[in-house]
Design a protein around this ligand. Structure first.
Ligand SMILES: Cc1ncc(COP(=O)(O)O)c(C=O)c1O
Length: 430
């Protein structure tokens, strides 16, 4: 109803140099919620990929401005790149693709223009294995989500030392290449999907590693960009991935759940210092980025209604639990920790990842990447039980909305157990 009213009231508005009420209200709502404490500016675009491209432009400008650049036209500094993670995904536009390591989505088979620009670290991930959160490099399994997200200062310190060494090696290589081309790029943005890498396989990156990486990037003056397109707005049972990690980024991107799935819209939030880096004598100093449908009123109205619905106890049966977990800064899964742990003990299940609305099951011995067909049998079996799911290589995942009630979650969980049994993973019905 809100979207229809906005469509009737505004139709299309060219946003350059103007503003309209739904956009203003949405910017304020986002700054007062996920942007609270760090962001003061909102930049609208159309979809997650463009939100990321805007974020990169912001971070790069801030990086250069911090290093004294003022005449952008004659800047002849090094190529700029991102500090990112293996397994990341930031969208399918050309710039967003260049921000990730070679993958099935961006290699020359998909786009001959691809050039991975940056340093991509291999992050430690955690999944429920045999009932506890475990991962390579994790000395002892962690019993529950609260332990996974606990501060764990020793783990942060160990990760930080390893990250610092990798960055020092990158910088040294860049120094050694001064005369030669191509030199490794200067790392001008630390770009992360906070907490969970979505399209990369629903991988929960160890929070201690991301906290360490953010701290090291900060210490080196590399702007922190959080791509919350997938993770933001209650997807992970918290207002944002940043809130789960206790991080204040310089720039963050939102899309997907922003409009409750009705229409595409995206938003990039930025801190005041990032905004300041675009101030100048000339109009040409501004962030000259716009789309035909920037801040489309229908999308803004839908987003305002969606954000209100997520938080409304009258409309959302999970509102109380989500708000309670957010207030106590505790992780929450709508699937139930015990149920997820039980799934992870089934034969044929290599690991389970759950947080907020997400339940992901990795089959077989894992491996094989996106090309793997290991999940195909379970996906087909789920379909026979009336559930349509998309595999990501060996991973099959179910995702509810932040407003899905316990009854529907239980139905989906039962279907997943039956499908695992049907597909002959060795898991019996339980
Ligand atoms: C983390 C992340 N960033 C960016 C994008 C791109 O968003 P869109 O598909 O809306 O362009 C996605 C889409 O899956 C995503 O998961």
């Amino acid at each position: 109803r809100a979207a229809a009213a906005a469509a009737a009231r505004y139709g299309h508005v060219i946003f350059s140099g103007t503003v309209h009420e739904p956009a203003l209200q949405l910017a304020e709502a986002m700054l007062d919620s996920v942007g609270q404490g760090w962001a003061s500016r909102a930049f609208f675009s159309d979809d997650g990929s463009t939100a990321v491209e805007v974020a990169l432009k912001m971070a790069f400008r801030k990086f250069l401005a911090d290093r004294g650049a003022t005449d952008w036209e004659v800047d002849d500094g090094p190529e700029l790149g991102v500090l990112g993670l293996q397994g990341a995904y930031h969208g399918d536009t050309l710039g967003a693709m260049d921000c990730v390591a070679p993958s099935p989505f961006n290699g020359r088979r998909q786009t001959p223009w691809y050039a991975g620009r940056g340093l991509f670290l291999d992050p430690p991930t955690l999944a429920l294995r045999g009932g506890a959160w475990a991962g390579a490099g994790q000395p002892a399994p962690l019993p529950d989500l609260a332990a996974v997200f606990a501060p764990r200062p020793e783990a942060v310190a160990a990760h930080r030392a390893a990250i610092a060494a990798a960055l020092d090696a990158h910088d040294a290589a860049a120094g050694a290449h001064l005369a030669a081309r191509p030199a490794p790029p200067a790392l001008a943005a630390c770009l992360l999907e906070p907490v969970v890498q979505g399209s990369g396989g629903m991988r929960l990156v160890d929070p201690a590693f991301q906290r360490a990486l953010a701290a090291e990037a900060r210490a080196r003056g590399i702007p922190l960009v959080l791509d919350e397109v997938f993770t933001g707005l209650w997807r992970l049972g918290a207002p944002s991935g940043a809130a789960l990690l206790g991080l204040d980024p310089d720039v963050a991107c939102y899309g997907k759940l922003l409009t409750g799935g009705l229409v595409p819209l995206a938003l990039t939030l930025a801190s005041e210092p990032v905004f300041e880096a675009f101030k100048g004598e000339s109009k040409l100093d501004a962030l000259l980025h716009g789309h035909s449908y920037t801040a489309h009123p229908t999308g803004c109205a839908a987003a305002l209604a969606a954000l209100a619905a997520y938080a409304s106890p009258a409309l959302n049966p999970n509102a109380g639990a989500l708000a309670g977990a957010a207030a106590r800064r505790l992780p929450l899964t709508l699937w139930g920790e015990a149920a997820a742990a039980e799934l992870s003990r089934l034969p044929g299940v290599a690991g389970v990842t759950t947080l907020g609305t997400l339940l992901a099951v990795e089959l077989g011995g894992g491996g094989g990447g996106y090309a793997s067909d290991a999940a195909a049998g379970v996906v087909a079996a789920l379909r026979r039980h009336g559930v349509f799911a998309r595999p990501l290589g060996p991973v099959v995942y179910l995702m509810v909305t932040p407003m899905t009630g316990a009854g529907e979650v239980d139905r989906l969980l039962a279907a997943m157990k039956l499908a695992l049994a049907d597909a002959g993973t060795g898991a019996g019905p339980c």
